[in-house]
Design a protein around this ligand. Structure first.
Ligand SMILES: NC(=O)C1=CN([C@@H]2O[C@H](COP(=O)(O)OP(=O)(O)OC[C@H]3O[C@@H](n4cnc5c(N)ncnc54)[C@H](OP(=O)(O)O)[C@@H]3O)[C@@H](O)[C@H]2O)C=CC1
Ligand SMILES: CC(=O)N[C@@H](CCC(=O)OP(=O)(O)O)C(=O)O
Length: 346
């Protein structure tokens, strides 16, 4: 199959390049950029020299639908909704890494992203691409809204609590999220400068982060009743990685060993979700460069709260890797195809 990437010279795009290069069923044939058309990808990313020397091209509907069998959009939220619909309409399988098609209610997108929403027709067509939870919904579709990075880590951490009905769900789930700076993309912004990030950790978008309604939408869908979460984001001085520490009150007393067992059973068939043994919790380095989501759980006996630690690589399971997992699913290939790598360590 031939694949194309729109937004190929951003961090999400170039991570797709890295992973697709190793994919046995796919040839990367088309890279599209916006302000850097006419350059080669190696002008932007010298680490690709002698590996991939493709040009950065213009977006052109007719040419692209003839040239590729699947198209990834690694473009900013607010942009994909403007440029993807003609490709979706033409029947080309499309996988979008942005937030534009994840929220089913247009007014919710407007409220949290502060932009006008995508056309309802395309919101209806897009399936939310969290394979571990929605595999059956995804596999026969052609348009996937790839989940956000924080929601991926948070949802995989929380969902067993909701499905098993062991946590209180009335406004008491707290998600403390931490991310590396590559989450903000390659574009130049003051907050991503070395002197702002180095030896610094700070909270941002408290109570207003755009991933809050995405997490709530999925939990409410699975629970059948409205669930609200308090999700708050922090920037930490590292390049890659997301760590979510999740707190929820338990309905009944539970032992650590039983909680670990419950998570192991919930994810027993999921290759990319690894549950830590009792009293051990994962760090971001343990999933670096891979599609794994590692989870450790603990009962705080004094407060009867459950504490879940969930880590991913924001650019892999949080973006490009999960997008490829979705492509594998759409094509009925083994979901691990092209993604079965060992984390980079140390
Ligand atoms: N970084 C991450 O960890 C994650 C990112 N995402 C999402 O993935 C998408 C890409 O993010 P990321 O790669 O980090 O962002 P970057 O800023 O690194 O890259 C953005 C890309 O989009 C292109 N682009 C920008 N504006 C336009 C436009 N108006 N029309 C067409 N193309 C445009 C840029 O092209 P050019 O440079 O040529 O202008 C560039 O290739 C975003 O929606 C982001 O929210 C999702 C999960 C995690
Ligand atoms: C460090 C940093 O700024 N991270 C971004 C990651 C979100 C993202 O990539 O945006 P969508 O998933 O909504 O498209 C943020 O917190 O907004």
């Amino acid at each position: 199959m031939k694949a194309g990437i729109v937004g190929a010279n951003g961090y999400g795009g170039v991570e797709l390049v890295r992973l697709l290069h190793h994919h046995p069923m796919v040839t990367l044939d088309l890279l599209v950029s916006h302000s850097t058309q006419g350059h080669k990808i190696t002008d932007q990313y010298p680490h690709l020299h002698n590996i991939l020397e493709l040009p950065l091209e213009k977006l052109s509907l007719n040419e692209i639908t003839d040239r590729v069998d699947v198209l990834f959009f690694a473009t900013p939220s607010g942009v994909t909704k403007e440029i993807a619909p003609p490709f979706v309409k033409a029947g080309l399988p499309c996988i979008d890494l942005s937030g534009d098609f994840r929220l089913k209610e247009g007014h919710s997108y407007e409220q949290w992203y502060k932009k006008s929403p995508a056309e309802p027709e395309f919101l209806d067509q897009a399936v939310y691409g969290l394979p571990e939870i929605f595999r059956e919904r995804i596999k026969d579709k052609t348009f996937v809204a790839n989940p956000g990075c924080y929601p991926t880590a948070a949802l995989l951490g929380i969902i067993p609590l909701i499905k098993e009905g062991i946590a209180e769900t009335t406004g008491q789930i707290i998600i403390d999220g931490k991310t590396g700076v590559s989450g903000a993309g390659r574009k130049l912004v003051q907050g991503s400068l070395f002197s702002e990030i180095n030896e610094n950790t700070k909270a941002y978008n408290l109570g207003s982060h755009q991933h809050t309604p995405e997490i709530e939408q999925v939990l409410t869908d699975l629970h059948g009743k409205d669930i609200k979460v308090s999700f708050n984001a922090h920037l930490v001085p590292m390049t890659r990685g997301i760590l979510c520490t999740i707190y929820a009150p338990l309905k009944e007393r539970l032992a650590d060993a039983d909680l670990v067992q419950l998570y192991k059973e919930a994810y027993q068939d999921e290759y990319f979700v690894r549950i830590r043994p009792e009293k051990t919790w994962p760090g971001t380095k343990e999933v670096y460069g891979t599609n794994y989501c590692d989870i450790g759980v603990k009962v705080d006996e004094r407060t009867n709260m459950v504490i879940v630690v969930s880590v991913i690589d924001n650019l892999v399971k949080g973006a490009a890797g999960q997008a490829i997992q979705n492509m594998n699913l759409l094509n009925h290939w083994d979901e691990r195809t092209g993604l079965d790598t060992i984390p980079v360590y140390p």
